[in-house]
Design a protein around this ligand. Structure first.
Ligand SMILES: C[S@@+](CC[C@H](N)C(=O)[O-])C[C@H]1O[C@@H](n2cnc3c(N)ncnc32)[C@H](O)[C@@H]1O
Length: 287
């Protein structure tokens, strides 16, 4: 079979299945191209150059096996291929950690403009609730002057983060620390970024199957989705240097946040998905 026939066939099968797109691809054709390009080791953006290539039986079998697991078991493709991207940076990923998709990546791409006077005045960063380490590692890769600590409570997730630190050769500047929030944190930082668990109890019961393949510790955050956010806000101040800032991602919880933290001076930050998903607090405005 030639490549474009395989892509068409898989796209059709994905289209006629119950799979949910929320982990790196937004449509059946996106996932089909991702799957074949990964197995054939072709860059996603170069796929058009190879559409008339004859694919070996061995590769077709590999592609079909992964496709069947995707459709029948609803395992996200990122886990089946052990790869995910944040912006154009590739990360290793498996079921031990949440699949990278944090909107904090948009802020990194924009140098945190206009929220930081200059990223070059920042030296130390904490990625709290780091999972695969994708956010902290993207920061360290984007700004070679930064020292970045990654904290997570989950040892399995930290194993994935360590694979990514090595993959990007950042052992000298990025350190993974096991800690229940700030419990084992010994330093102060100029900048804290965090994408904590934020799914409320009611939404947890309605998640598409794909999300149930992710660590539930990475998603669930109590009745209103704010258990972790409350604790972070309560404790962050003493881990920030003077003029330090914290950016907190909160999913679809803006209404609840605005109500619960109405006495705090929250700044809602623009991302490519809108301005309801991440807020910033300055050290002096933290309780
Ligand atoms: C939504 S995931 C985010 C992962 C990563 N930052 C990303 O954007 O892909 C939240 C992470 O918080 C971690 N976590 C949950 N409770 C925690 C706690 N009490 N202290 C530290 N990390 C925690 C989970 O293990 C998970 O890796």
């Amino acid at each position: 079979m030639i490549l474009n026939e395989i892509i068409d066939k898989i796209t059709d099968e994905f289209e006629n299945s119950d799979i949910f797109f929320g982990h790196g691809a937004v449509s059946p054709i996106d996932e089909a191209v991702w799957l074949v390009s990964s197995v054939l080791k072709i860059k996603f953006k170069d796929i058009n150059k190879y559409l008339k290539t004859i694919v070996s039986v061995e590769d077709i079998n590999k592609i079909n096996l992964i496709k069947s697991m995707r459709i029948e078991q609803r395992i996200p493709l990122a886990y089946l291929l052990n790869e995910a991207w944040l912006k154009d940076v590739e990360f290793y990923i498996d079921e031990r950690a949440l699949i990278p998709r944090s909107l904090i990546a948009d802020l990194i791409e924009d140098d945190f403009y206009p929220w930081l006077e200059s990223i070059h005045n920042i030296n130390s960063v904490l990625d709290l609730c780091c999972g695969s380490g994708c956010v902290g590692i993207l920061l360290a890769k984007s700004y070679p002057h930064l020292d970045v600590d990654l904290i997570d409570i989950s040892d399995p997730a930290l194993e994935v983060a360590k694979i990514n630190i090595q993959k990007h050769n950042l052992q000298k500047r990025v350190t993974a620390i096991q800690s229940n929030l700030f419990e084992h944190c010994k330093k102060k930082y100029d900048l804290i970024v965090t994408n904590p668990p934020y799914v409320n109890a009611s939404s947890m019961t309605k998640l598409p199957t794909e999300y149930q393949k992710e660590p539930q510790l990475a998603l669930a955050s109590g009745e209103d989705g704010l258990d972790l956010t409350r604790l972070i806000i309560k404790n962050a101040k003493k881990y920030l240097n003077a003029n330090g800032k914290i950016f907190i991602e909160i999913g679809h919880n803006r209404d609840v946040i605005d109500e619960v933290f109405k006495d705090l001076n929250l700044w809602w930050v623009d991302t490519e998905s809108g301005s309801d998903y991440i807020f910033m607090l300055e050290k002096n405005d933290l309780p």
